[in-house]
Design a protein around this ligand. Structure first.
Ligand SMILES: C[S@@+](CC[C@H](N)C(=O)[O-])C[C@H]1O[C@@H](n2cnc3c(N)ncnc32)[C@H](O)[C@@H]1O
Length: 239
C-alpha cells in the first residue's frame, strides 16, 4: 500500500532519475528539449486560465499543489504577485528553487496540507496532474478541504484527475516483469507499476462528493478530467 511517506520517497527518486519525464510523460525519456519542457508549462497555464475563466491580477496570490520542478510555477509567476508552490518531494522542491522566479515561494508539504498558508489567502488554488498519484481517497478529500480553506471568498479552485484505464488490468503483470527484469537492462522509465505512481482513479461523482464546493468539469486530452469551482462569497472588489 502506498502512503504519503512512500510517495515522498518515490518522487524524490524520480526527481533524481529524470524529473522532466516523470512530470510530463509526453516527451521522450532521453534527449528531451529543455525549451519544449518549459514551453509546455506556458501552454498548459494559458489553456487552464481560459478553461476555468481565471483572469490574473497583479496583486493575486496563487497556490500550486504538486509543482514538481516549477514548470507551471514559472509561467504563473509572470502574471501575479506571489505563487506559493508545494510539493511532497524535497528533491523536486530543491530543483524548483534552482529555476524559480523571485516571486515564487516553494514549500515541502507532508502531502495533504498547505501550511503555512492561512485561511482565505489565495485567489487561485491549482493542482495539475497531481491527484492521480495520491495514495487514497482520504488524502484527496483532505487536499480538497485544504484548497477550499486557503481560497479567498470568490477565489477559484482547479485540479485534474485521471480515469482508470485498461492499463490498470496489466499492472500485476508489469509488477512481475519488474521483479524479474534486471534494472541495468532497463533504460526507460522504471516503476510505472508502482502504487505511488498509479495512485487513485476516483469516479467524477466521488470527486464531487469529496469537495466542499460545487465543481464544474470538462474532459481534457488523454481522457483526464479538469474540475473547477469558486469558493463561496463575493470576491473583494479593487479599492
Ligand atoms: C506529474 S508531476 C506534475 C508536476 C507539475 N504539476 C507539472 O505539471 O509540471 C506530479 C507532482 O506531484 C507531486 N506529488 C505527488 N504526490 C503529492 C502530494 N501528496 N502532495 C504534493 N505533491 C505531490 C510529485 O512530487 C510531482 O512533482
Amino acid at each position: 500500500m502506498a502512503t504519503l511517506k512512500s510517495s515522498a520517497v518515490f518522487w524524490d527518486e524520480k526527481a533524481r532519475e529524470n524529473a522532466q519525464w516523470y512530470i510530463s510523460t509526453y516527451g521522450p525519456y532521453a534527449g528531451r528539449s529543455e525549451s519544449d519542457f518549459w514551453a509546455s508549462g506556458e501552454r498548459i497555464w494559458s489553456d487552464l486560465k481560459r478553461q476555468i475563466g481565471y483572469r490574473p491580477a497583479r496583486r493575486d496570490v496563487v497556490v500550486e499543489v504538486g509543482c514538481g520542478i516549477g514548470r507551471l510555477t514559472r509561467a504563473i509567476a509572470t502574471e501575479v504577485q506571489t505563487v506559493h508552490a508545494f510539493d511532497i518531494s524535497p528533491e523536486m522542491i530543491r530543483r524548483a528553487r534552482r529555476n524559480g522566479p523571485a516571486n515564487a515561494k516553494f514549500h515541502v508539504t507532508r502531502g495533504d496540507r498547505l501550511e503555512p498558508m492561512s485561511e482565505g489567502s489565495a485567489d487561485l488554488v491549482l493542482a495539475y496532474c497531481v491527484f492521480q498519484h495520491l495514495p487514497n481517497h482520504a488524502v484527496l478529500g483532505a487536499y480538497l478541504r485544504e484548497m477550499a480553506r486557503v481560497a479567498r471568498a470568490g477565489a477559484l479552485l482547479a485540479f485534474t484527475t485521471a480515469p482508470r484505464s485498461w492499463r490498470a488490468w496489466l499492472l500485476p503483470a508489469a509488477r512481475l516483469k519488474a521483479a524479474v527484469a534486471s534494472p541495468l537492462r532497463d533504460r526507460g522509465p522504471r516503476g510505472l507499476h508502482r502504487k505511488e505512481w498509479v495512485g487513485i482513479r476516483p469516479a467524477r461523482r466521488q470527486v464531487q462528493a469529496l469537495c466542499p464546493i460545487p465543481l464544474a468539469q470538462a474532459r481534457l486530452d488523454g481522457d483526464r478530467w479538469l474540475f473547477w469551482g469558486r469558493a463561496p462569497g463575493a470576491a473583494p472588489t479593487a479599492a
